[in-house]
Design a binder for this molecule. Structure first.
Ligand code: HEC
Ligand code: HEC
Length: 440
């Protein structure tokens, strides 16, 4: 009888142990590492993080909303292979999006790639632009559709004048950037205007897809996204073809989707996502940790001083800080009912992104001719954050080089004075500066 009681006792204890494991413990070996969570999250938050990370890696099917035109079947396929979710694209040929535009006819002669504006641009919408969708569900999954029902994949319009390839950027630390107060970015703009008008950056304002309020753009190569969730809603649509209730269902209404009638009845209902997918992707990316700073030694310390001396730090501002309160959509909300969660781990934190998040004119060599609403011209780019630089293989918006010195020398326009000074440095000082950049 005693033995039996012991067995019952042991069983009860092990049940308790398992319960304890699921409620108070989670295996999280990669806290603070690339692809892992930021530090300071609760066990429950960590669990949600790892669940949402799987969604980021997931391959989507037509039934889940993929297509009808799309560029890839998972977020991970552009942002993060091989191995580390959220990493920058590793192949400038495949891990990218292609933007196309041309000057409108009346200004076609004598157009300037750097100064061209939105109103002077034709984005080839009737031919599938401004973002080329290179895959079609009927080509990729012919067995799922009636024979003869074809939707041609997008191609770069032959007569497009500006064709800009953009490499998938690193997504680590994005929640920290999202948590910066808007006033801080506007203050930087004012300060730069006071300090040095010739290199001063500017903000751009856009309507946020989720809140429908005008906000300062802070994500995307041209500051075209105002918040992380805004960026992700658009990325779901323009890369995978998945529509959300937060963005108009462009698949059926937009001119660039001439969906054949035979195909419509074989596609899932729109919007494809009621918010659950968007919330999960946002949760994972928001809580992804920035890469930890690498080895610091005498050379990287000298390089840091040179970075400041050359004026790099005026645009690549070493640190900003986050708001005292920050909330994320709960990925486990019962959509369409939403619940928000406070994320203390992202509050009052230093953001060592090395960017002012402002737009700068970068000169003819970098200009891509793609203008946006809000007055962003073909030559303007948001200062690239430099954190995690040592994990990147290719640099600049189009991934045109894997040589860090060449990336610096490509700075023209408002970055010209810095790059000229860099070119004139004694060899050792150049090496120190590069060593500093590779410690980020
Ligand atoms: C076909 C490649 C590709 C796929 C697939 C893709 N992206 Fe992107 N992503 C890009 C490119 C290129 C950009 C830069 C766009 C720009 O600013 O012009 C980008 C930008 C972003 C940004 C803004 C980053 C920043 O630095 O401001 C976020 C966030 C993002 N993607 C998330 C996602 C999510 C989530 C998915 C899956 C739904 C996804 N992406 C799928 C290529 C891709
Ligand atoms: C006037 C503002 C400005 C100044 C000054 C400036 N940069 Fe940049 N930097 C940018 C912008 C904008 C980009 C993005 C350009 C692009 O993607 O085409 C960039 C991109 C970079 C990149 C590529 C990052 C990546 O991930 O692709 C590096 C490296 C870099 N800058 C280093 C420097 C260094 C070093 C200096 C000083 C010698 C410097 N920058 C001065 C604005 C500036």
């Amino acid at each position: 009888m005693k033995n039996r009681a012991n067995i019952v006792m042991i069983t009860a204890l092990s049940v308790l142990a398992v319960l304890a494991a699921s409620n108070f413990y989670v295996y999280a070996p990669d806290i603070g590492q690339p692809g892992g969570p930021v530090s300071g999250l609760s066990v429950l938050q960590l669990k949600k993080f790892y669940q949402c990370k799987e969604v980021f890696k997931q391959t989507f099917s037509v039934n889940e909303g993929l297509g009808p035109l799309y560029n890839a079947d998972s977020c991970y396929s552009c942002h993060g292979l091989p191995g580390i979710p959220g990493n920058q694209g590793v192949n400038p040929k495949t891990d990218c999006l292609t933007y196309v535009a041309s000057p409108i006819e009346s200004i076609a002669k004598g157009v300037n790639t750097e100064t061209i504006s939105y109103k002077d641009s034709d984005f080839h919408v009737y031919e599938g632009g401004p973002i080329v969708m290179t895959k079609s569900v009927t080509n990729e999954f012919p067995n799922q559709f009636p024979r003869g029902c074809n939707m041609p994949a997008g191609t770069t319009p032959k007569d497009s004048v500006f064709v800009s390839s953009r490499l998938a950027p690193s997504l680590w630390g994005m929640g920290l950037i999202d948590a910066i107060e808007e006033e801080n970015i506007e203050d930087l703009e004012l300060k730069q205007t006071d300090d040095n008008l010739s290199t001063a950056g500017s903000t751009v304002s856009h309507r946020d897809r989720i809140t429908h309020q005008d906000r300062v753009g802070r994500f995307g190569y041209k500051g075209q996204y105002t918040s992380l969730i805004d960026a992700i809603a658009d990325q779901m649509n323009t890369t995978l073809g998945i529509t959300t209730k937060y963005e108009r269902a462009i698949k059926t209404t937009d001119v660039n989707y001439n969906i054949p009638t035979c195909l419509r009845s074989h596609l899932p209902e729109e919007p494809n996502d009621n918010g659950a997918l968007l919330a999960k992707l946002t949760y994972f990316i928001a809580l992804s940790s920035p890469a930890p700073v690498g080895k610091i030694d005498a050379a990287t310390n000298r390089g840091r001083s040179t970075f400041e001396k050359l004026g790099c730090a005026e645009c690549h501002v070493p640190a900003l800080s986050t708001a005292p309160e920050y909330y994320l959509l709960d990925p486990d909300s019962q959509f369409p009912t939403k619940r928000y969660l406070r994320i203390q781990a992202l509050e009052n934190r230093e953001v060592k992104a090395y960017s002012d998040l402002l737009l700068h004119n970068m000169g003819a060599a970098l200009a891509d001719g793609i203008a946006t609403t809000g007055g962003v011209s073909g030559g303007q780019f948001r200062t690239a954050p430099l954190w995690g630089l040592r994990y990147r293989k290719y640099y600049l918006h189009d991934g045109r080089t894997n040589d860090l010195a060449k990336a610096i020398l490509a700075h023209g326009g408002q970055g010209q004075s810095s790059s000229t000074k860099f070119a004139a440095l004694p060899e050792q000082e150049k090496l120190d500066l590069l060593a500093f950049l590779k410690s980020l």
